[in-house]
Design a protein around this ligand. Structure first.
Ligand SMILES: Cc1cc2nc3c(=O)[nH]c(=O)nc-3n(C[C@H](O)[C@H](O)[C@H](O)COP(=O)(O)O)c2cc1C
Length: 394
């Protein structure tokens, strides 16, 4: 029998699914509901010193939808508006009622040694399991020289990590931003400064578009917008890449985050090196109840694969990611067209002609392949509306 129970830095997880720091983890009563429904834990909405001024905009969210399903999300929300006392009391209450659930305090303070240390000392008095240093919020906070302004600097992120490590009585994860040229420069720096683990990624900086009737931005606040944080399905490839790159350079535990919307995404994050995963957007658009399928799907997958636990899956795909130079250039797959599925729409031959190779043609009600011209790029198999084309070694 497989189990979803796992252990990271000595912290026991009932399952590897955590609420990421975001609105679903912004109040004690909502976290309580998530715990009741089966979440393994929660990273609290980022806690700051009580005197840090923050003013929210309305609206502060925008989305890209496909057939009414949110596939991409953008927010310009800031951090928790609750006081330190609220969180201190709340964490004690939650831990007493749910001792088996993992609670991680996400924190951020202005760049001042005492500011960070005082925040940690206050939270040391609570039964949290770990800290997560938010070095990665891409909007609002960088204008105050914090958030992503920390996580894009090797010097500042290492300095703050060592300040926190001086006083923290629990393991310290640093949450990194993908909005850098090379995330491993930052992960290596915080590891050297003493970080016990890495959380990645926070949101990807962007904005959702322009309304062509009004020429105003889609997330429009009195006529203006600002660059925000994109999340949800559209950022999964970026998150996976960042987690894999961190794993290829470090053996620290990783909390993988970014565009996870089902158990398959979570399994992929684990296979490239995550020890546990965090989810924000999918919970915001579909509710805490998604945990049922996440838990059941991942457990079933482990069992089908004959794996006993998360650690059997962890890192299993990481060695498959290499340099372009190292990839085998002697293989050239060719399209194999299933004539029972092909409706002769001609899309494959048209696209092949317009996208370089001219290898497919639609002759006498049959798609013909010129093997010499075909370079095996696979575009035809991707754009076929009938999924009639598979790429094979032939
Ligand atoms: C509305 C919203 C608010 C967020 N607030 C925080 C925050 O306070 N602290 C933080 O570290 N990350 C915050 N995040 C980032 C998420 O924790 C997560 O890293 C990111 O959304 C990617 O995961 P996802 O694709 O599952 O949403 C927020 C995300 C969203 C969508």
């Amino acid at each position: 029998m497989a189990t979803l129970k796992t252990s990271v830095l000595g912290i026991d997880f009932e399952n590897p699914f955590l609420l990421a720091s975001a609105p679903p983890s912004a109040s004690i009563e909502s976290i309580e509901k998530a715990f009741e429904l089966g979440w393994g834990g929660a990273v609290l909405k980022t806690i700051t010193p009580d005197n840090l001024e923050m003013y929210e905009t309305s609206p502060r969210y925008s989305a890209i939808k496909e057939k009414n399903k949110v596939i991409g999300f953008q927010n310009i929300e800031l951090l928790s508006h609750q006081t330190l006392k609220y969180w201190g009391d709340g964490i004690k209450y939650l831990k007493k009622k749910y001792p088996q659930k993992v609670i991680i305090a996400s924190i951020m303070a202005p760049i001042d040694e005492n500011g960070w240390k005082n925040l940690v000392k206050e939270l040391n008095n609570t039964p949290i399991d770990a800290y997560e240093l938010n070095f990665s919020c891409p909007h609002g906070m960088p204008e105050k020289h914090i958030g992503m302004a920390i996580g894009t600097s090797v010097e500042i992120s290492s300095t703050i990590t060592s300040w926190v490590k001086d006083v923290a009585e629990k393991p310290v994860f640093t949450k990194l931003t993908p909005n850098v040229t090379d995330i491993t420069q930052i992960s290596k720096a915080v590891e050297k400064a003493g970080a016990d683990g890495i959380a990645a990624i926070n949101t990807v900086q962007g904005f959702m578009g322009i309304n062509l009737d009004t020429l105003e931005p889609n997330l429009c606040i009195d006529g203006y917008t600002t660059y925000g944080g994109c999340s949800g399905e559209i950022i999964k490839p970026i998150g996976l890449r960042c987690v894999a790159q961190i794993r290829q350079n470090s053996s620290l535990p990783i909390l993988g985050t970014g565009g996870i919307s089902n158990w398959q995404d979570a399994a992929q994050y684990i296979a490239v090196g995550s020890d546990a995963v965090q989810i924000a957007t999918e919970v915001m658009v579909n509710g805490y109840g998604i945990i049922k399928n996440l838990n059941a799907g991942l457990l079933n997958y482990l069992e089908e694969k004959g794996m006993k636990s998360i650690s059997d899956l962890k890192n299993k795909a990481i060695d498959k990611i290499t340099s372009h130079k190292a990839l085998n250039k002697n293989v050239c797959l060719k399209p194999d067209i299933d004539e029972n599925k092909c409706i002769l729409c001609g899309k494959c031959s048209k696209i092949c002609e317009e996208s370089e190779y001219h290898a497919l043609s639609n002759i006498d009600k049959k798609i013909k392949l010129d093997k010499e011209k075909c370079q095996g790029c696979s575009l035809c198999s991707i754009i076929c509306p009938q999924a009639a084309i598979s790429m094979r070694n032939k």
